[in-house]
Design a protein around this ligand. Structure first.
Ligand code: ADP
Ligand code: MG
Length: 637
């Protein structure tokens, strides 16, 4: 019986894009179909190897056939095949990422005319509609009849029962008609096909075969060559080299091989930023290829993002995205692990608990960290690119381990600073510290520009002491977790802590505060509920006021915590309004210190001024403006 069905909406959308050739690299359809064929054989082979002889083995092959007369190209595999259900869910929908997010990304890409982004998706089976206007899929699984799926890629497809002998799938593409711009018939040319297979599918572990015409010298009856005579013969030829890249001798692998492998296998058009080829022998033994993509995976920040590396056991594909193989903070890594240490029969549940995976993950983590450290010295520009893309993940690694990983990760951190054009690392900061400088100073804010406006920065500028600029929300939290770098403590320049002062300076401050007790007390009374203390500042040069905090929770941290939606407990920083005793305003204020009503107004204006300078908003705009206006009027009288 022949049934007609509608494609799922998202699939239609994608089909439309494919058909309208929005996706410019048409060649990749072949890679996609071959990769599906290879996956299907992997799955069959896995069944065979785990079935105690119940599922018969066979000689696994992928065949490509072109037919110039009918203008078709056919890709055949003897893999697992698809049931009727499979056809509907796998080909009738976007199986691998049938989410709304996917179609939204496509729409977004279309709107922005950013077609490259689509290259980041495994476009898969649908890509065949770029070159074909009719596709027939004949397929059969073990112990089932065969099915024929036919579609013109518009909006519907049909499925009917059909006779098929062997398990596996045969996909026939009816090529589109050539247009002025696009030559579809090039896919009928054996030579072109061979090149495409070499380019995209060389490491597929099964032979990709094609019957090709070759010219051979013509032989006479005695088997001798006849001079200048040739004949055309048909010959079955294996087009790919098959040996998986990671099994090859390291010295035979070039950077380009690794880059191509990455692009072919992880659906990316750009070379990776960094690649690692690991052959590990020891407590656990495995081969691994690890890549840092040169742009963050499009869904890295979505909840549905799945981290992990592909897992092969004894060269057999087991699963994608094996999350046990990479720590959370390195979730942007792509790659694979092939090991002989695990048994093919291991169940998924057992796999998750296997300590050997954790060991592999630890080794990979260490190798990645040291490769990044090397990159920082050998190609700092590239490292900056890495940092801009993934720096926050490294910071998260420190934070989420409660500082436990600080020794491993601290040397990866780099920051813009007050005194340096380019970002520097902590080691460089430490090496350039001034004589007698006790701390590694940092300031946090939303941007470098905002930090440069902090009133507390003036003194550092004057003294020539460098300050790290922490512009990412998590930065300061990670610093607090780390506490120090190489035995030098971190210190936020907005921290209020007299302990860091010399005895002399501290005494001077204490005396100044005692002398101005009335003014300070009255200002504090005016700002009850807003600040916890009012003090004479040792931080300021030109600005009249600033706000510092005590006990490790800064204004920025307070804001970050309180901005978390549904964050339960509200954080509260201990705030100190610091006043510059050398500023003319302070001296003028001294004259009105006894008039609490006036002090209230000045305090409100000063407090909000300080908040603005610290990069925050005026809290109570109405009162602030009212006070400001009244003070203006008074002064204009
Ligand atoms: P992906 O390969 O990323 O899952 P595709 O669009 O390429 O996405 O394929 C969708 C699904 O269709 C595959 O996951 C697989 O289940 C099924 N499929 C495609 N081609 C074949 C094939 N030759 N044999 C068996 N199943 C296939
Ligand atoms: Mg696929």
């Amino acid at each position: 019986m022949k049934e007609t069905k509608e494609f799922q909406t998202e699939s239609k959308e994608l089909l439309n894009l494919m058909i309208n050739s929005i996706y410019s690299n048409r060649d990749i359809f072949l890679r996609e179909l071959i990769s599906n064929a290879s996956d299907a054989i992997d799955k069959y082979k896995y069944l065979e190897l785990t079935s105690d002889g119940k599922v018969p083995g066979k000689s696994y092959e992928i065949w490509i056939k072109t037919d110039s007369k009918n203008r078709t190209i056919t890709i055949t595999d003897n893999g697992i095949g698809m049931s009727k259900e499979d056809l509907i869910t796998n080909l009738g929908t976007i199986a691998h990422s049938g989410s709304k997010e996917f179609s939204e990304k496509i729409k977004e890409a279309k709107e922005k005319n950013d077609l490259d982004i689509i290259g980041q998706f495994g476009v898969g089976f649908y890509s065949a509609f770029m070159v074909a206007d009719r596709i027939e899929v004949k397929t059969k699984t073990l112990n089932d009849t065969g099915y024929l799926f036919v579609s013109d890629g518009l909006s519907t497809y049909t499925i009917e029962d059909v006779e098929k002998e062997d398990t596996g799938t045969e996909i026939t593409l009816h090529l589109r008609k050539n247009t002025d711009e696009i030559d579809y018939e090039k896919y009928l040319n054996e030579y072109n096909i061979e090149n495409l297979v070499k380019k995209y599918s060389d490491f597929v572990r099964y032979p990709i075969k094609m019957t090709v015409k070759t010219t051979k010298p013509k032989l006479n009856d005695k088997g001798e060559q006849i001079k200048d005579k040739t004949v055309e013969v048909l010959e079955d030829k294996t087009l790919n080299s098959m040996i998986p890249l990671w099994k090859k001798n390291k010295k035979d692998i070039t950077e380009e091989d690794l880059n191509n492998f990455y692009k072919d296998n992880f659906a990316d058009f750009d070379n990776p930023l960094l690649n690692l080829n690991l052959n590990i022998e020891g407590v656990v033994s495995f081969n691994s290829l690890v890549f840092v993509p040169s742009h963050a995976p499009f869904d890295l920040y979505s909840q549905n993002y799945e981290k992990g590396l592909k897992l092969y056991i004894k060269g057999i594909y087991i699963k994608d995205k094996t999350k046990e193989l990479v720590p959370d903070y390195l979730k942007f890594l792509k790659g694979l692990v092939d090991t002989n240490d695990l048994s093919l029969n291991i169940s998924r549940e057992m796999l998750q608990e296997d300590v050997r995976l954790k060991k592999m993950s630890d080794i990979i983590e260490n190798k990645v960290i040291s490769a990044l450290k090397d990159l920082k010295t050998s190609d700092n520009e590239k490292y900056q690119k890495f940092w801009n893309l993934y720096g926050e993940h490294i910071t998260y690694g420190i934070y989420s381990s409660y500082g436990f990983k600080k020794d491993a990760l601290a040397d990866l951190l780099v920051y813009q600073t007050l005194n340096n054009e380019k970002p520097i690392d902590l080691k460089t900061y430490k090496e350039n510290m001034k004589d007698g400088q006790k701390y590694i100073y940092y300031a946090s804010g939303r941007s470098v520009e905002a930090i440069k406006l902090l009133p507390e920065i003036e003194k550092f500028k004057k003294d020539g002491i460098d300050v790290l600029f922490l512009t990412k929300e998590l930065d300061e939290f990670a610093f607090r977790m780390m506490n120090d770098y190489d035995k030098v403590s971190f210190r936020n320049i907005t921290d209020h802590d007299k302990e860091e002062l010399s005895k002399e300076d501290k005494d001077k401050l204490d005396i100044a505060e005692a002398e101005n007790k009335e003014l300070l007390d009255n200002l504090k009374a005016a700002l009850a509920g807003k600040v916890d203390e009012v003090s004479i500042s040792n931080k300021l040069v030109d600005s009249p006021v600033c706000i510092s905090t005590k006990d490790g929770l800064s204004l920025n941290m307070e804001k970050t915590i309180n901005d978390i939606p549904n964050g339960e407990e509200k954080a509260k920083a201990i705030k100190v309004l610091e006043i510059n005793a050398d500023h003319a305003l302070f001296k003028a204020l001294d004259k009105v210190k006894g008039d609490q009503e006036k002090v209230n107004k000045y305090a409100s204006v000063l407090y909000n001024e300080a908040m603005l300078l610290e990069g925050f908003e005026v809290e109570d705009k109405e009162t602030f403006i009212k006070n400001l206006n009244e003070l203006m009027l008074e002064s204009l009288k």
